[in-house]
Design a binder for this molecule. Structure first.
Ligand SMILES: C[C@]12CC[C@@H]3c4cc(O)c(O)cc4CC[C@H]3[C@@H]1CC[C@@H]2O
Ligand SMILES: [Ca+2]
Ligand SMILES: [Mg+2]
Ligand SMILES: [Mg+2]
Length: 215
């Protein structure tokens, strides 16, 4: 169960809680992050070095998500789909707090990676790897899907697409959230962003940008 935070796996092993991974409708908070320009960066490096860079990045991002109790559904190249609120039951408010804190931590860790990669001469100061993150809260069917030969823990539903599409609309190095998420945040932590007409989403989505401290 490598998609679960080790802390949760430990608690289940201790019998502290039972993990029910059967698919069921859940209220979850979906975090979708992606790198801008990873493909361009890949074209400047030998393929082995690209793999090393991607692994360094995904390792750091995994730490940040697991530290805050997130479940990692999948990596899609440099894109990451994480879920807060399943399989562990977490209140919607706490899901948002954990997702935002994880996103901030991901951003800080990428800052450190950029410094490291600049020092190694892999990238220059003016072509740092940039981050975008979309966060949405909504219902989805979450659990183990597949059959006896192969299963995958994932979330099925429009909420996943909405989070990914919000990410696509985010400014570089920013965290963009839907109104459903912003409702749990202090007004001074967010700035209204433009209403979005997202591909595959009928209604207009109101979005808010999270203030991120820049280095
Ligand atoms: C989550 C998703 C796969 C990643 C797709 C994506 C990837 C990416 O790198 C982006 O920048 C944007 C998107 C938007 C649609 C996403 C798809 C909707 C259902 C499917 O499971
Ligand atoms: Ca998965
Ligand atoms: Mg993308
Ligand atoms: Mg990408």
């Amino acid at each position: 169960k490598r998609f679960l935070p080790p802390s949760l796996v430990e608690r289940a092993a201790q019998g502290e809680l039972a993990l029910d991974l059967r698919p069921e409708p859940r209220m979850i908070t979906v975090l979708f992050s992606d790198i801008i320009g990873f493909t361009q960066l890949s074209n400047t490096l030998r393929s082995r070095r690209v793999a090393e860079l991607l692994n360094e990045y995904l390792t750091e991002m995994t730490h940040a998500i697991f530290e805050h109790g997130g479940t990692i559904d999948k990596f899609m190249g440099d894109a990451i789909l994480a879920i807060f609120g399943a399989p562990e039951e977490i209140s919607p408010n706490e899901q948002v707090n954990r997702a935002i804190t994880a996103a901030r931590q991901m951003y800080r860790r990428l800052d450190d990676l950029n410094e490291q990669w600049i020092a190694q001469g892999l990238i220059t100061e003016d072509n740092r790897v940039q981050f975008r993150c979309g966060i949405h809260q909504g219902t989805a069917v979450v659990g183990m899907f597949g059959g006896s030969e192969r299963t995958d823990y994932t979330a099925i539903g429009p909420s996943v697409n909405i989070a990914a599409r919000i990410q696509e609309s985010a400014e570089p190095n920013s965290i963009l959230v839907s109104a459903a998420v912003a409702d749990y945040l202090h007004q001074d932590a967010i700035t209204k962003f433009s209403p979005l007409h997202l591909k595959g989403v009928d209604e207009t989505v109101l979005t808010f940008s999270i203030h991120v401290e820049h280095t």
